[in-house]
Design a protein around this ligand. Structure first.
Ligand code: SAH
Ligand code: TYD
Length: 409
């Protein structure tokens, strides 16, 4: 267990914001014979007033979460495939990009981003410790080092490919507890003119939408422009651009370079000012978030109990890792949400972490006569609504918790 009462970057004591109680692994889908040996940890989030980093107090060891049976495959979402095509265009249109530029990706998963480079025979390599997803990437001719990113993998890349002009990452820097060591290793790998471009769920969106389901074992940090600026400043690097993203319910793309190499976009100051104005870097605002999280739990449980008391059933759609936090924090078992439909072969036939709700192949959703569905993948709303338009047309209702509990109109 990686336990921190002090900020992982500044070393200052953390103020505890919310206590989510005992939680299992977000992606720990399991079989019935594993129920008795299931792993739980005490999930609390804290905030550091100096670094502005919002972070887990305890986080399970990385090897418990990322391994040969990692249940998340990026390419299962067609919308995310388009998103990563746009990410490819963003990288390749940077002023320091040319056909010889090496692009290194952290946590390349099944190759959703790097396949755009491999198809064009452009220099690239991904670092990915979860063997099952790394193998899917390799089948797409993506170059992958199957390991956690560390000094050894940096040396391996330097020896085989040379310095990186781009170090890119999506939804993974927020997974890495020793972020100081990570940035040190990035510095070793990056050329002088190189850029770090990464995106992660944005703290501002989580606070504004009360989307507390972004908080789970893997997400040791939820970043803001302030916290990212603080961390990279320690290494003589600076934010040169920020691009808000709609993915994962609201994310931020951060562009970082060595100080003074590039002009800083006016967007950086604008977003830093906005963060100050909305107060997402203050304990007061975060205490309000804690209150909103408790209300969200109360209102969700009331709604589900009301539907049940009227003799109706609720099912879930998409067994996301986010759903693990909601179900366990709200103590929602199969009497309130009887089953969850999902597309992931690794999850189908298993049970949800902690609450043990059965996971069913999404192709059977159309045969279900249930008219109340909780949409756990609210971030994939458009893609799912399009796929399941017959359900909506036949009076099927969707329930959400973002930005507040209720039926989607
Ligand atoms: N980039 C993809 C996948 C995000 S999931 C996307 O945005 O959809 C996070 C991925 O990072 C997982 O595949 C996980 O195995 C990998 N990962 C976790 N810790 C890592 C580390 N220390 N080094 C490299 N990859 C890591
Ligand atoms: P995502 O929000 O990316 O998950 P996480 O919270 O784990 O980051 O959603 C991925 C999950 O949603 C995955 O279990 C597959 C499921 N899903 C569906 O079942 N149908 C769909 O159309 C989509 C887009 C996702």
């Amino acid at each position: 267990m990686n336990n921190k009462k002090n900020c992982r970057v500044s070393g200052n004591p953390l103020s505890i914001i919310t206590d989510f109680g005992n939680q299992p692994l977000g992606n720990g889908f399991l079989n019935e014979d594993e129920f008795n040996s299931e792993y739980f940890f005490h999930m609390q989030v804290g905030f550091c007033n100096k670094s502005k980093l919002f972070q887990l107090i305890d986080q399970p060891e990385p090897q418990k979460m990322f391994h040969e049976n990692y249940a998340f495959y990026s390419s299962l979402s067609s919308h995310m495939q388009l998103h990563f095509k746009e990410f490819y265009n963003f990288i390749s249109s940077q002023e320091n990009y040319d056909r010889d530029s090496l692009v290194v990706e952290l946590g390349c998963n099944d190759g959703i981003l790097l396949e755009n480079f491999s198809k064009k025979n452009l220099p690239h390599v991904g670092v990915e410790p979860s063997k099952n997803v790394a193998e899917v990437a390799e089948k797409k001719n993506v170059n992958v080092i199957q390991d956690f990113f560390n000094e050894d993998t940096v040396n391996q890349i330097l020896k085989t490919y040379g310095h990186a002009e781009f170090f890119v990452a999506a939804n993974v820097i927020c997974h890495i507890p020793n972020i100081i060591e990570l940035i040190q290793n990035i510095k070793l790998l990056l050329s002088k003119t190189g850029k770090v471009i990464f995106e992660d769920p944005y703290l501002g969106d989580v606070i504004n939408k009360t989307s507390y389901d972004q908080i789970y074992d893997e997400h040791v940090f939820l970043f803001s422009a302030h916290s990212v600026q603080y961390m990279f400043d320690l290494f003589e690097m600076e934010l040169i651009d920020l691009v808000p993203q709609s993915t994962h319910g609201g994310s931020m793309r951060y562009v970082i370079a060595n100080k003074g190499v590039y002009e800083v976009s006016p967007v950086v100051t604008r977003i830093l000012d906005e963060e100050k104005l909305t107060g997402i870097d203050t304990i007061e605002k975060l205490s309000e978030f804690d209150k909103n999280v408790r209300n969200s739990r109360k209102n969700l449980v009331s709604l589900l109990e009301k539907i049940k008391s009227e003799g109706n059933e609720v099912v879930g759609y998409a067994a996301t890792s986010k759903s693990t936090t909601i179900l366990n924090y709200c103590n929602i078992k199969s009497d309130l949400i009887s089953r969850i439909y999902d597309t992931t072969p690794q999850k189908i036939g298993k049970f949800s972490p902690g609450m043990h709700i059965p996971i069913i192949d999404y192709k059977y959703f159309k045969d279900s006569d249930c008219k109340n569905t909780f949409l756990f993948a609210w971030n994939h709303f458009n893609e799912i609504i399009e796929k399941e338009e017959n359900y909506t047309r036949s009076q099927g209702k969707w329930i959400t918790h973002v930005p507040k509990i209720g039926f989607i109109k």
